[in-house]
Design a protein around this ligand. Structure first.
Ligand code: NAI
Ligand code: COI
Length: 364
């Protein structure tokens, strides 16, 4: 990968490599765009196949956060961190303290939170070193684990997509295939089960599958079988790129709506599913609940206010579908249009010079 060429292509601002030998920290912080405000995005801990794969993931995820935050109406830019390592084996306190100091060194250009492989406890350790972290324990007056709120947003967005595909937003009796029953999807299952949906689940961890089978009467299938099951809705809730040449051929669903980031392997896969008549709820619009929730901490956390905003993901998905139909473009492009137009408008509003303008972090 030619890093500068890639950064130039998608207009990234900054890529930071953090190394701490004592704790074993190897982290990559990617800051894509800070037009709207400081870059907010979670920290993923994952055992990547190569350093190149880790860099690519950090970059792709950071850009996704720019679009997510813009489309959600937040005054925040996009960034993300990946820590290279096995979250079940390689974590230690010193690692997250060292990471916190690196974040502090960026002086507010980047604010972190949870993502795959990191928890509220990890954020609390980071908080020992920096204020530029969200999703810390409620005992600090903060919002805690974002996953249940992300799940609520996905549930709301799924209903809006279902309305378009089936003419009703009720999920009662709908068969929903869920890939990955981790933090977000477990909470999503609660909403779907309560509404009377039938769930088909898979995960690479047997215990997670077992819990969904026992608690929600879900049917379990193997990870490779999830794409081809007879269902109404496919909900990708594991990692990215699961909508690709191989899987599209197998899909029976009329709706794709799930929590995972970067669901389309390539943009052209968004075109293909659009042509097939599948209603795709763009990933970064439907899964914005977590970031909306943690971002509320920057104003002094108010759960009621945050949940009200997350409820609005229904309307945001409906708006994206409307733009898609109006302009005759796939929903993933309609979402990009929504986000890009907001960034462009705000860019221009900055032309008025204001010394010491109000800064979002001054409220903390
Ligand atoms: N946690 C949050 O608030 C947010 C999460 N997301 C995204 O949603 C997705 C899920 O996040 P979490 O639930 O927090 O992560 P998690 O790590 O708790 O859950 C992911 C689950 O997927 C499973 N998995 C991984 N690869 C798989 C495969 N090939 N087949 C089947 N299962 C597989 C894992 O074993 C795990 O149980 C991620 O893509 C994340 O980036 C997006 C926005 C916010
Ligand atoms: C987990 C969220 C709090 C932020 C994030 O990184 C995301 O939405 O992907």
């Amino acid at each position: 990968m030619e890093i500068f060429k890639y950064m130039e292509k998608y207009d990234y601002e900054q890529l930071v490599f953090c190394q701490d030998k004592e704790s074993g920290l190897k982290a990559i912080i990617a800051i894509h765009d800070t037009t709207l405000g400081p870059a907010l995005g979670g920290t993923r801990m994952w055992q990547y196949a190569s350093e190149e794969a880790a860099i690519e993931d950090a970059l792709r995820l950071a850009r996704g956060m720019t679009y997510k935050n813009a489309a959600a109406g937040l005054n925040l830019g996009g960034g993300k961190t990946v820590i290279i390592g096995d979250a079940r084996k390689d974590k230690n306190e010193a690692m997250f303290r060292a990471f916190g100091r690196f974040i502090q060194g960026l002086n507010g250009r980047y604010i972190t939170a949870e993502d795959v492989g990191t928890t509220v406890d990890d954020m609390d350790i980071i908080h020992e070193e920096t204020d530029f972290v969200t999703g810390i324990s409620p005992s600090f007056g903060s919002s805690g684990n974002p996953s249940p709120v992300t799940a609520f947003g996905v549930y709301r967005g799924m209903k809006a997509a279902a309305k378009e595909a089936f003419g009703t937003d009720s999920l009662e009796g709908k068969v929903i295939a869920i890939q990955g029953v981790g933090n977000v999807a477990y909470n999503l299952c609660k909403y779907l089960h309560a509404e009377g949906a039938q769930l088909i689940v898979t995960d690479i961890h047997k215990e997670s599958v077992q819990r969904a089978v026992e608690e929600f009467g879900a049917k379990a299938v193997s990870p490779e079988d999830i794409y081809g099951v007879e269902c109404d809705i496919y909900a990708p809730c594991a990692l990215g790129a699961t909508v690709n040449d191989e899987t599209i051929k197998q899909l029976k669903a009329k709706v794709i709506a799930g929590a995972a980031n970067n669901q389309l392997k390539e943009a052209r896969h968004g075109d293909i599913i659009h042509e097939m008549g599948i209603v795709y709820a763009p990933d970064y619009v439907i899964n914005a609940g977590g970031v909306i929730n943690v971002a509320d901490e920057l104003y002094g956390y108010n759960r009621e206010r945050a949940l009200k905003k997350v409820e609005g993901i229904y309307d945001n998905i409906a708006k994206v579908i409307e733009i898609s139909k109006r302009d005759g473009i796939p929903t993933y492009l309609a979402a990009d249009r929504l986000a890009e137009e907001r960034i462009e408008r705000m860019k221009n509003s900055r032309s008025t010079f204001l010394k010491n303008g109000h800064h979002i972090l001054s409220r903390r």
